[in-house]
Structure formats: structure tokens, C-alpha cells
Design a protein around this ligand. Structure first.
Ligand code: DX5
Ligand code: ZN
Length: 250
């Protein structure tokens, strides 16, 4: 039999646990998402021979998330890295892992990505037959759910799914490789998506990925982007900390 005191303690513990879970889950997003400038360096361009050093650099920088690109050689014409590497990054990273899946039928691995430490899990619109179910599954495991669209996919197609997504990732290059040229049409897509999000009054964040650098960062934030992914612009720079800081303040 539980005493009254045990019951009370149990209740307080429950309230404390709920509060902690809520503050943890919101700390990677921002409550008021107007005017936020987040930067997520893409580890695809990191030096895999000195990964620990590049992880430490991102930890010490003003960057907000680690962006991890997972490629299966089928959805995109390239293969990147998998679970052992993500686990290693998770061990050392002091910031959330933003995992971008460029794989077909990602549902098969959602639980596994949770297990190795993904905080935000983004799947491609073009790779999911039952996108609504996939996003719900990601959220049910306590991760933020993202949906990404390729350059040829219209943002209008997301109208019926926006409320189910915490984030939309607009690909501004054809996915598969770092260091490609930014596709200018992406700016129109960001503006239109921002309008759609505002019209619905939802809190979905807009992330832009591919060919982002200091020459276009300001335009992208002004168009409505909340998060900029940058691989080559950060890891190819002689002073990555400076690039991250400048990008955030664009
Ligand atoms: C490409 C990846 C990107 C890539 C970006 O398919 O999704 O995250 O690493 O690299 P940059 O910033 O060099 O275009
Ligand atoms: Zn990416």
C-alpha cells in the first residue's frame, strides 16, 4: 500500500519529469520561432580522419545543431556513413543531432536512429509512401520530425502535412554531395513555404541545405529560412568559427 506521502512524492516526481521532458524537447527548437537564425554545419564535409577535432570545433562554435547526412546509394548516387559514426558523434557532441536521411523507405530505420542519438530526424517526401505515418512514428519516439523536398518538388505538395512536421528541409542542390552550386529557384520556395506556415499559424521551421555560404545566407534568412546547413562553406574555410559566427549574424 502506498502512503499519502509516497503518493505526493510520486506526483511531484511526475510533474518534474514532464517539465524536464518538455524543456529538453523545446530547447532544440525556439519557442517563438520568428527571427531565429540557426546554423547547422554538415559533417559530410568534416575531416573524417580527425573527426573528434571537427566535433570539438562545432561544440565550441556558435553553431546550433550538427547536421548529419545519411545516404544509401539508392535514393542518391552516393553513400556516406552510418550508425557507428553517428554513435561516435553523439558521444562527443554537446548540441542536438539533426539527421537528414537520404534513403528509401526510411521507416525501416526510424527506431535505430533514435537509439544512436538522433534528436531531429528528417525524411524525404520523395522516399516515403506513407509520409504521415512516418512523421507520426518519429514524433512518437520523442524526436522532432522533418520532411525534406528535392529541388523539383513543389512546396505546395506539403500543404496537407505541414502541421505534422516540426521542420521542412528545402534542398537547394540535388542531394548526394557537398560543395555544389546553390539553385536560385529555392529562394521562391522558401518565401512561399513561409507564407503557407504563417497562414496555418503553425511553428514548423524552414531549413535550407545545399550551396549555402556567406554570400547567400542573409537572403535566405530574409526569405524566411530559420536554419541554414553549411558543409563546404564551414569546413572548407580557413577559419570555420568565424564563418559560423558570420552566418548566424547574417
Ligand atoms: C547534400 C547534403 C548537404 C551537404 C551540404 O546532399 O544534404 O547537407 O552536406 O553541403 P554544402 O553546404 O557543401 O553544399
Ligand atoms: Zn543535408
Amino acid at each position: 500500500m502506498m502512503s499519502k506521502i509516497d503518493e505526493k512524492l510520486g506526483y511531484f516526481k511526475l510533474v518534474w519529469l514532464i517539465n524536464r521532458a518538455l524543456s529538453n524537447s523545446f530547447s532544440i527548437f525556439v519557442k517563438n520561432n520568428s527571427m531565429i537564425h540557426l546554423v547547422a554545419p554538415s559533417m559530410l564535409s568534416a575531416d573524417f580522419g580527425n573527426l573528434n577535432q571537427d566535433i570539438t570545433m562545432v561544440n565550441n562554435s556558435q553553431a546550433d545543431w550538427f547536421h548529419l547526412d545519411i545516404m544509401d546509394g539508392v535514393f542518391v548516387p552516393n553513400i556516406s556513413f552510418g550508425f557507428p559514426v553517428i554513435k561516435q558523434i553523439k558521444k562527443l557532441a554537446s548540441k542536438p543531432l539533426d539527421v537528414h536521411l537520404m534513403i528509401i523507405d526510411p521507416d525501416r530505420y526510424v527506431e535505430k536512429f533514435k537509439e544512436v542519438g538522433a534528436d531531429i530526424l528528417t525524411v524525404h517526401y520523395e522516399a516515403c509512401t506513407h509520409l504521415h505515418r512516418t512523421l507520426a512514428q518519429i514524433r512518437s519516439l520523442g524526436m522532432k520530425a522533418g520532411v525534406s523536398i528535392n529541388p523539383h518538388t513543389s512546396v505546395e505538395l506539403l500543404d496537407d502535412i505541414l502541421e505534422e512536421a516540426d521542420l521542412v528541409l528545402i534542398m537547394s542542390v540535388n542531394p548526394g554531395f557537398g560543395g555544389q552550386k546553390f539553385i536560385k529557384n529555392s529562394i521562391k520556395k522558401i518565401t512561399r513555404l513561409k507564407e503557407m506556415i504563417n497562414n496555418k499559424g503553425c511553428k514548423t521551421l524552414i531549413e535550407v541545405d545545399g550551396g549555402v555560404d556567406l554570400t547567400n545566407a542573409k537572403t535566405l534568412y530574409s526569405a524566411g529560412a530559420d536554419v541554414l546547413v553549411a558543409g563546404n562553406a564551414v569546413f572548407g574555410a580557413s577559419d570555420p568559427l568565424d564563418v559560423i559566427e558570420k552566418m548566424k549574424n547574417s
